[in-house]
Design a protein. Sequence first.
Length: 391
Amino acid sequence: MSDVSLRQPFLNARLQGFGATIFAEMSALAVKTDSVNLGQGFPDKDGPSEVIEAATSAIQNGLGNQYPPGIGVPELRQAISDHQQRFYGLSYDPDSEILVTAGASEALAAAVLALCETGDEVVTFEPWYDIYGANIAMAGATKKVVTLRPPHYAFEESEFLAALSPKTRLILLNSPHNPTGKVFSREELEFIAKVAVERDLLVVTDEVYEHLVFEGEHIPIASFPGMRERTIAISSGGKTFAFTGWKVGWVCSSPELTSAVRIAKQFLTYVSGGPFQYAIAVGLALGDDYYKNLLSDMKEKRDFLSAGLRSAGFEIFESQGTYFVTADARSVGYSDGLELCWQLPEKVGVVAVPNVVFYDNQEEGQHLIRFTFCKSLDVLGEAVHRLQSLT
């Protein structure tokens, strides 16, 4: 079972309580028990052949095999700029407003480290992706949470306002949202943007699932009045092109904010993934058919797994985006989702993730578990078949 509650004798106080990530633990358990891994969100097949060929070509032709530019290769920065204009009508200068990072994870860490002073407060929504808590702790800041509650994962505006204080430095927003699959509505984003402008707050946005929206639409909060100059928009190529191991991410923001994040980033990895940067640039320029087919394929898998979970007795909460769906453990006789997740591999040979690890207010998420559907239909079918024997 997870060791996150055990004190680590050599670990600094800020990171006490952060053990192995739940994703690593559950993936290891999947291997140990020969279970179908619907816990960690990585695809089980590679992405577009054009992107693979571009990476191979870059390596063979010596592109990026040595240190690339610290802010990223020009081809990728231009491709990111073109992508933001193409999909959202947002204009970013590729030389001063775009920074390439080692995945969205490094972008998030660099942003929080660069922008927060010790004692600052960061407001985010729970359930929160585990890296957010670690990043905030490493910066010496304090996390304040606003709870998203099923079935629709809406939030109370009064709770959001109550989470703010004179110490609030920034709002950390994830949409489409992991693990709930929520896509923040225009009205919700307008409210958050209005508050950010009125209180002169920065906003860091994690938008890695931007092209996986099944209901609603992905609206970058940077597109709202007064938000372009105070938003640090973060995304990556991992989820869109199914190359999660390449770790190519990016930041889009104002010159001043991008420069601040770059200063922190350069002392983390400095640079990374040189040849893969050229390949992701090719991916971003793929035609509309690629993006439409990606969405169609993932929606089919979402619907297939959702129906299968229902047939196995689970109550589920509809996923509007990402490649995750949340289920209620109580519907299959468990009050504790963590307990169910540890028993599932032994009982039926399927791995899921307990959502409680993403909550500060653990009673809110104690009964919830997350499944991923970014697998082949054959794999999802086998998982559904095994889950039928649970009840």
